[in-house]
Design a protein around this ligand. Sequence first.
Ligand SMILES: *[C@@H]1O[C@H](CO)[C@@H](O)[C@H](O)[C@H]1NC(C)=O
Ligand SMILES: *[C@@H]1O[C@H](CO)[C@@H](O)[C@H](O)[C@H]1NC(C)=O
Ligand SMILES: *[C@@H]1O[C@H](CO)[C@@H](O)[C@H](O)[C@H]1NC(C)=O
Length: 982
Amino acid sequence: MVEEFQGLHHRHLFVLLFRLWFFTMDRIPRMRLKLLLVFAASCFAAALADTDPQDAAALLSLKAQWQGTPPSWEASDPCGAPWDGVNCSNSRITFLKLSSMNLIGTIDGIGSLVQLKVLDLSSNPNLTGPIPRSIGELINLETLILTGCDFKGSIPAEIGNLGKLTLLALNDNHLSGSIPASLGRLSNLRTLDLAYNELTGSIPISSGSEPGLDLLFAANDFILSNNQLSGSIPPQLFSSKMNLSHILFYANNFAGEIPETIGLVQSLKILRLDRNQLGGSVPGSLNNLSSILMLNLASNRLIGPIPDLGNMGDLCYLDLSNNSFDASLAPPWLTMMESLTTIIMENGDLEGAVPESLFNLPSIQTIKLRNNSFNGTLTLGRINTQLQLVDLENNHISKLMPENSYTNSIWLAGNPVCYSSDLRSCKTQIQEPAPYETSSRNCGRECKRGMMPNPESCACSYPYTGVLHFRAVFFSDLSNSTIFKSLEEELWRQLLLTPGFVSISRPEFDDCDHLDVQFRLFPSSGTSFTREEVIEIGFFLSNQNFEPPHEFGPYCFIMSDLYPFLLDPIGRRSLSPSIIIGIAVGCSVLIFILVGVGIYAIRQKKRAERATLQSRPFASWRNTSTKGSGPEPEIKGASCFLYEEIKKFTNNFSEGNIIGVGGFGQVYKGILPSGEIVAIKRAKNGVMQGGLEFKTEIELLSRVHHKNLVSLVGFCFDKGEQMLVYEFIANGTLTDCLSGKSKIQLDWHKRLQVSLDSATGLAYLHEHANPPIIHRDVKSANILLDEDLTAKVADLGLSKLVPNVAKVHISGQVKGTLGYLDPEYYTTQKLTEKIDVYSFGVVMMELITGKKPIERGKYLVRELQLAMDRSKELYGLEDLLDPAIKKEGALIGFEKFVDLALRCVEQTGVNRPSMRTIVMELENILLKAMDMNPATAISSFLESTSSDLHHGYNYPLSISGTESHTFSSSDVYTFSKTIEPK
Ligand SMILES: *[C@@H]1O[C@H](CO)[C@@H](O)[C@H](O)[C@H]1NC(C)=O
Ligand SMILES: *[C@@H]1O[C@H](CO)[C@@H](O)[C@H](O)[C@H]1NC(C)=O
Ligand SMILES: *[C@@H]1O[C@H](CO)[C@@H](O)[C@H](O)[C@H]1NC(C)=O
């Protein structure tokens, strides 16, 4: 019996104890009851802990080793509190993310957190000591990021046991020793980043049963740069089975020849072998790499002819400087590279004339050919305006034709042409154009020490400062604001900051040809980021979730200044030791009593039933729903499916059945035995919630039935899976309709109808669901159209069900989708139904314009507000109108519709109409539109007058299809009828 108890999860144990408590109440004398209650209360506080005891102990021991843990770590329960940076799933700690926390100490004992999937300790420059061998026990680990710390010693071979690992980033530490061959067993690894350490030895390759890096067939990036690796680059490392995009081996001591086999890796986009001691001639097979975008072989000892790279039609950036290639004319293929932005061939032996057509390559930005032997006349014909710099210093050029043309950026010092001339090009100090820098409009405002004005609103706050360290960029013009503005935009967009709350400064190439870009992020509200936000920013960047514009290539992220955590709460303290001891003693006593009574009581119960109860919280639901009796949870109409059943419905979760993918996992189409088609949402690992929350969610969802809401057919909580089964809606999302992806055309009437339908669904959620439900993720992608084009709102409550990492990574609280987010909610985090109203207003604007809420960096809301001119016809919005409705001519009710949409997106919630008001106004608009369209109105009218005449006339408002909303024609509409459950 006792053994059985040990096997149970402590939370389940508690449920059991709770039941026993009531069971024993009657049997215990009243006098003792009070005493027992006191024990019970204290016991509940401590024992309802959400964290598995083993994980809690492991984390506490790490905490004891560390200085600088977040203040939230003073609470008693890591999962329950929760502690900053700790995420749990079913009471087990699965994520530990502590980027940029300024932790001090070592990580011994990390191996006890055996359920960890993600470990990010990046940018903690005072985390030190060796990486413990016990790290090899974290066999569930998928992401391991120890970038930018002070770890020393060798890389433990045990890391090779982490078979699920996809990202291994140990870069920027002080690791020494050689690369363990066991890393070759990481068959799922996509990124291996060991850059900037002190690693020695050669690259391990497999032999016999010994693994090696040549077995990493899933790998996309091999990043070994800036170490002291030596030996030759083994030919066995490369094969046609490899899927590498990026090989970054630069700045090591590799010797020998470039292996011929590298030409087999057809997927290769970036090859950097520069800054080694590679010799011999370049193998001809290199020219097979036709997808390559960036090639850098500079600063080696390469000999023989300059390689023919004529097949690399997409090549953007080429550096062959500082080698010992044979003297030759400029290679003819060079002038045919349409994508080349950058040619660097310094310190070589190129001779003859500089080809004139080089200056007119379509993408060219930089040509660096100093210290070669070009001679004769330099003829400048047509020059591409993007060309920023031509460095031809120290060649043998004797004449410039035409003289004084384009002299600003042509450097000719050290050529014979300069001996007797004072051309501007001959001055040694010609300035390069200034690199891009975010303009902070003259804010005229001084900020307190440490604070800075953000470039968008000039408000003072403490910025988060870091450096993005781009390892192989495809461009070289650092003055081009288009490129850097797009980087800024991607930063605020992907990090969910307020538009423009990012500044960039000092982009510059370092001496390893890295482009370092310093950036500052400004908090959207208040003066400071919270710890949770800092953790998420650090994780987002070091986990490589951030995708910079494509020409920036692979990067790594280093935090530059420690963040001043001013918002750390002061008051949160743990319970004093004496109270804890008191609780512990109390608990022991109580548990002892209860267990004693319990053992006696439970003997009477059937074992099987109990086992089911503990292992499957939904078992009773299934029983009751099949038997159709019992008082257990209210889940009207939603069935509980077993994993095996769902598997059958979806044809074994076959790829062909996938109809959608999102942050939460995949959506499958399925067919129930009844023939009903359903959509099944399957949560992937990492986004699942605890059983209890899932249960609450289902109870909530299953109570909601309305014809403008997608209804829940059932769910599955079995075999560690969480799935929701919805009715299948045939015509897809409103987004697809508006973008033309789904071939369904919506005319103005239908758009009015769609907005009315979805508003009705939302009004039902706000006013008639019990308890009221705030959707929190209203967007056109969550509005589905059935075969009659009736709109149904989908995904209710899912924002709560799915802690979508991508969507909510800045704040644990704010949920929703960028572009639809209510700015007030974003700043106050106060949840009211007006956040749905805001998002709905954005959807209305999509219906008008056919545009996405954010398109090319422009906010639809703002664009519309700016373009508004009420004195003009169609409010002057003609240019913004969706062409599909523009051609219709008269859009009756358009202005009213726009007015309503604008009220929905008012800054403050109280100024926005309620969903009920919106429904009424939309009805009005639709009615008017129909009145003035006699054909539709009259025929509909005739169809309906024969039936159900109640308060005057009933107008069927559905334009197409059989189902109709009915309401009275009087001026005061009561819509409770339409928004009542079916
Ligand atoms: C943390 O590391 C920095 C340099 O990386 C060092 O200057 C500082 O003294 C360290 N602080 C502590 C408390 O060890
Ligand atoms: C340029 O150099 C080449 C080879 O060194 C030589 O043959 C040629 O005559 C030179 N041309 C001029 C115009 O000096
Ligand atoms: C800046 O870069 C963009 C995109 O690469 C390009 O289209 C534009 O012409 C460049 N602008 C200048 C002034 O070179």
